[in-house]
Design a binder for this molecule. Structure first.
Ligand SMILES: Cc1cc2nc3c(=O)[nH]c(=O)nc-3n(C[C@H](O)[C@H](O)[C@H](O)COP(=O)(O)OP(=O)(O)OC[C@H]3O[C@@H](n4cnc5c(N)ncnc54)[C@H](O)[C@@H]3O)c2cc1C
Length: 308
């Protein structure tokens, strides 16, 4: 019987991915097998059966999990291996794709299959469009977390397979905590966010002061952290940065490209300062000032000081 395998480091995510696997198995005329690595996991459910891989530790690193699953897959030939699109799941799936030389569809929801291939849907262009992606069997896939309801029960028979001892080829040589001063944009009620309208690094000081005076935090667009290195990466907001939802988001000298807006569009109130009246940020703003930040920001600070 053809099999669709499910693996996740988390019981809850495994049960979601198992629901997705049911759709794939239906389309492909296969059964779903949920993998347990090292030890049985009573909180993990399967619509078909479970496959216990003996040899790896019960909480393997992504590298060790991928090695154990790859060894079993070479022998048992599942048509698809599904993980959750979590940090670990992404790593396991991509390692499996490389080890088994198979394709991988990433971050998909609404999965299905026909006789030849697996398919799924993935948001692209910051959620403005949906791509339908497919890959011939055998394939790996990472399933978007939250896209499927969790299986709440059901377990078929248990199969066991000894894959031998596995170890992670990657050794962690040291762990270093992030500096205590790192900004916490997710819980900030006010964010003053700097863009390329700021002419030089030293000028960020006026925005930092404004953020302090408003009891808020300083964020930025990607170029300021990734390209110019003016602020650490945890300040960068957007598709590839932090997603924020403050009470007030003040975008200063930010054009409002969709990759930036994707990270701040759910702010309660958005206000923007930009010299260009046609800047797209104004489309995403409740309030806008068409003006030079070097005049407008000092004016706001003066007004705040006068109110204090
Ligand atoms: C795959 C990918 C992912 C990306 N992810 C992100 C992301 O997560 N976050 C992100 O921010 N970007 C991201 N980007 C980059 C994004 O496309 C834009 O390039 C970036 O957001 C632009 O930053 P900006 O608005 O600061 O700069 P610009 O687009 O250069 O805009 C500067 C703005 O400042 C205004 N201005 C100039 N002088 C002044 C002044 N004196 N006073 C007031 N206004 C002034 C200008 O009119 C202009 O509108 C990504 C890009 C790609 C390709």
């Amino acid at each position: 019987m053809k099999a669709v395998w499910v693996y996740s480091e988390s019981d809850a995510v495994s049960n979601e991915v198992a629901s997705a696997a049911v759709d794939v198995a239906k389309g492909a005329g296969a059964e779903v097998q949920v993998l347990e690595l090292g030890a049985q996991r009573p909180g993990v459910f399967a619509s078909g059966g479970k496959l216990l891989l003996k040899g790896p530790p019960s909480s393997p690193t992504p590298g060790a999990a991928a090695e154990a699953i790859a060894r079993a897959a070479r022998e048992l030939q599942p048509i698809a291996i599904l993980t959750g699109a979590t940090r670990t799941g992404r790593e396991v799936a991509s390692r499996l794709a490389a080890k088994l030389r198979i394709g991988c569809i990433a971050e998909v929801s609404k999965l299905g299959a026909d006789g030849e291939s697996i398919f799924g849907e993935r948001n692209v262009f910051a959620g403005k469009a949906v791509a339908r992606v497919s890959c011939p069997f055998p394939a790996a896939a990472t399933v978007k977390v939250g896209a499927y309801p969790r299986l709440a029960g059901g377990n078929g028979g248990l199969q066991e397979k000894d894959v031998g001892a596995v170890s992670d080829p990657v050794k962690v040589v040291a762990r270093e905590a992030k500096s205590a001063g790192a900004v916490d944009l997710k819980s900030a009620k006010v964010i003053v966010s700097a863009g390329r309208g700021v002419k030089k690094k030293e000028d960020l000081a006026i925005l930092e002061e404004l953020a302090k005076e408003m009891h808020g935090a300083l964020g930025c667009s990607r170029p300021l952290s990734a390209d110019l290195g003016w602020l650490p990466e945890e300040h960068h907001i957007g598709l590839t940065g932090v997603t924020v939802k403050p009470e007030l988001y003040l975008a200063v000298g930010i054009s409002g490209q969709l990759q930036h807006v994707a990270g701040m569009k759910d702010s309660k109130v958005v206000a923007s300062i930009n010299t260009d009246k046609d800047a797209p940020i104004f489309q995403a703003s409740d309030y806008g000032v068409v003006g030079d930040l070097y005049q407008v920001v000092p004016a706001i600070r003066k007004a705040l000081a006068a109110r204090a």
